[in-house]
Design a protein around this ligand. Structure first.
Ligand code: GSH
Length: 131
């Protein structure tokens, strides 16, 4: 495929935002990309991440032919536009599209913060148990 000559993804295994991008790539049949895992557990950010996402310094970042795309929903839209193919991620009906966007936004603004709180509370409980 001409469009995926140079595709690098800055990833972290436990990130639902990265998972969103990996699912989008898989849906488009793109499997041949360089996946580089960041060491977020130790709060180390690679020089590449800092260079490619200087504003937020967060993963995921998709680097396509040397150019970075940041923010998972923006990356998903980019993938959909570049690799048009047979399937489109959004329905053709404008109302249905608005509903898809609503739920994606809901996941980011409501679901993720709640799950992060749970994750962090579990970590602190484990820390207390471990002494
Ligand atoms: N709104 C961003 C959120 C990305 C995000 O929160 N990434 C987290 C991992 S799940 C991260 O890089 N955390 C590192 C940090 O905050 O320093 C997106 O949709 O891509």
């Amino acid at each position: 495929m001409a469009n995926d000559k140079q595709l690098i993804m800055l990833d972290y295994w436990a990130s639902m935002f990265c998972m969103r991008v990996k699912i989008a790539l898989a849906e488009k049949g793109i499997t041949d990309y360089d996946c580089r895992v960041e060491d977020l557990m130790n709060e180390k950010k690679s020089p590449l991440l800092q260079e490619m996402n200087p504003v937020h310094k967060k993963i995921p970042v998709l680097i396509h032919n040397g150019k970075p795309i940041c923010e998972s929903m923006i990356i998903v839209e980019y993938i959909d536009e570049v690799w048009k193919g047979e399937c489109s991620f959004l329905p053709s009906d404008p109302y249905q599209r608005s509903q898809s966007r609503f739920w994606a936004d809901y996941v980011d603004k409501k679901f993720y913060p709640a799950s992060l709180k749970l994750w962090k509370s579990k970590e602190s409980t484990e820390r207390e148990t471990d002494g």
